[in-house]
Write a protein that binds this ligand. Structure first.
Ligand SMILES: [Zn+2]
Length: 290
C-alpha cells in the first residue's frame, strides 16, 4: 500500500482524516498530436484517486453501468477502487488565485484496473468532418498520496454545515530535482490543499457542463437539502459517475494550514507498476513534456 503516513504537528481539534490513498495525474494530448510541447497541446487533465483506508473500510459505490440509484459496497482495504476524474480547466487550481473555483467531474468509478487502462490508452475514431483521427495515449505526470480531511472551524460549530472538506496531497514522483515543467504548467505543486465541494445534481445552476448527472442514493442526495453544494462527506459521493465537484485553492503549505504533515515512504512507483505499459511515464519520472 502506498498511502504513506500523516502526523499531527499541532493539537488541531477540528481536523479529521476521512480517507487516505494514492493520487495519480495524467494528461492527454489533443487529437492528432503525437508530441506535446506545452499546455496548448493538451486536451485533458485527469486525476485518479485510489482510496486505501479511511474512517470506514467499506464504501458505497454505484453499480457498474448503473442507470438506477442502486449501489454496491466495496472494501477499500481489500479491493482496488479507482475514481477517474477530469478537470474542466485542464489544470489544478492556481494557488495564487484563492477562492477561484475549478470545476471537475468523476468520469468513471471502477474496481477493475483494466477499465482505467482502457481509458488511458491510445485510440482511433472516424470523424465525419475531419476523417480518420488518432488519439495518443495519456501521459503520466504525477504520483503522490492524498487525504480527504474534515475541517471544523472553532467558532462556527453551531450551525449544521459548520465545516468543510479538503483534498490534500503530497507528490512523490517526479522527484523534486527533476525539471517539473509539465507539473508547473498544470499547477501540480509538491503539495497542495484544496477545498472540495460536491455539486447538487438536482439544482440547476449555470448550465450543467456535464452530460451525465450523478444518481446519488437517497440518503446522500438528501444531505444536500436545497443547497447547491455539500462537503465531500462522506467521500462516497465521489464513487458516483457524473459527480461534479469544485476545487478551491486553500494553501500550498498543509502543515501551516491544518497542522498536518504528510510523509511518503520511499517505494517503487506504483503508477509505473499499474499503468506503465499503457502510458508514457517520461513526464512522471523526468518532469519533461512528451
Ligand atoms: Zn479548512
Amino acid at each position: 500500500m502506498g498511502e504513506g503516513e500523516e502526523s499531527k504537528t499541532r493539537a488541531e481539534a477540528g481536523v479529521e482524516i476521512q480517507e487516505r490513498g494514492e493520487i495519480f495525474f495524467f494528461y492527454r494530448p489533443k487529437v492528432g498530436k503525437q508530441q506535446v510541447h506545452g499546455p496548448d497541446d493538451v486536451q485533458r487533465l485527469y486525476i485518479i484517486l485510489r482510496p486505501e483506508s479511511g474512517e470506514r473500510a467499506v464504501e458505497e459505490k454505484q453499480l457498474p453501468n448503473a442507470s438506477s440509484r442502486r449501489t454496491q459496497e466495496v472494501n477499500i482495504e481489500k479491493q482496488p477502487l479507482l475514481r477517474f476524474m477530469i478537470m474542466g480547466r485542464k489544470s489544478l487550481p492556481n494557488p495564487a488565485q484563492k477562492r477561484r473555483p475549478y470545476w471537475g467531474f468523476v468520469d468513471m468509478v471502477t474496481t477493475n484496473v483494466q477499465d482505467v487502462k482502457a481509458a488511458l490508452q491510445e485510440g482511433e475514431y472516424d470523424s465525419s468532418t475531419r476523417g480518420h483521427r488518432h488519439i495518443s495515449a495519456a501521459r503520466a505526470v504525477g504520483e503522490g498520496i492524498y487525504r480527504l480531511v474534515r475541517h471544523k472551524q472553532p467558532d462556527t460549530q453551531k450551525s449544521k454545515k459548520s465545516y468543510h472538506t479538503h483534498l490534500i496531497y503530497k507528490l512523490e514522483f517526479p522527484s523534486e530535482d527533476e525539471e517539473n515543467e509539465p507539473q508547473n504548467s498544470f499547477n501540480i505543486g509538491r503539495e497542495g490543499s484544496f477545498l472540495i465541494m460536491i455539486k447538487n445534481p438536482d439544482v440547476e445552476g449555470d448550465g450543467s457542463r456535464n452530460k451525465r448527472r450523478a444518481q446519488f442514493p437517497a440518503h446522500l442526495q438528501g444531505e444536500f437539502g436545497h443547497t447547491r453544494f455539500h462537503p465531500a462527506d462522506p467521500p462516497d459521493y465521489l464513487n458516483f459517475e457524473g459527480c461534479e465537484f469544485l476545487l478551491i485553492s486553500a494553501s500550498d503549505d498543509i502543515e501551516q494550514e491544518l497542522g498536518l504533515e504528510l510523509t511518503t515512504a520511499p517505494h517503487e512507483c506504483d503508477l509505473v507498476k499499474m499503468f506503465g505499459e499503457t502510458t508514457s511515464t517520461q513526464p512522471l519520472l523526468k518532469g519533461t513534456w512528451v
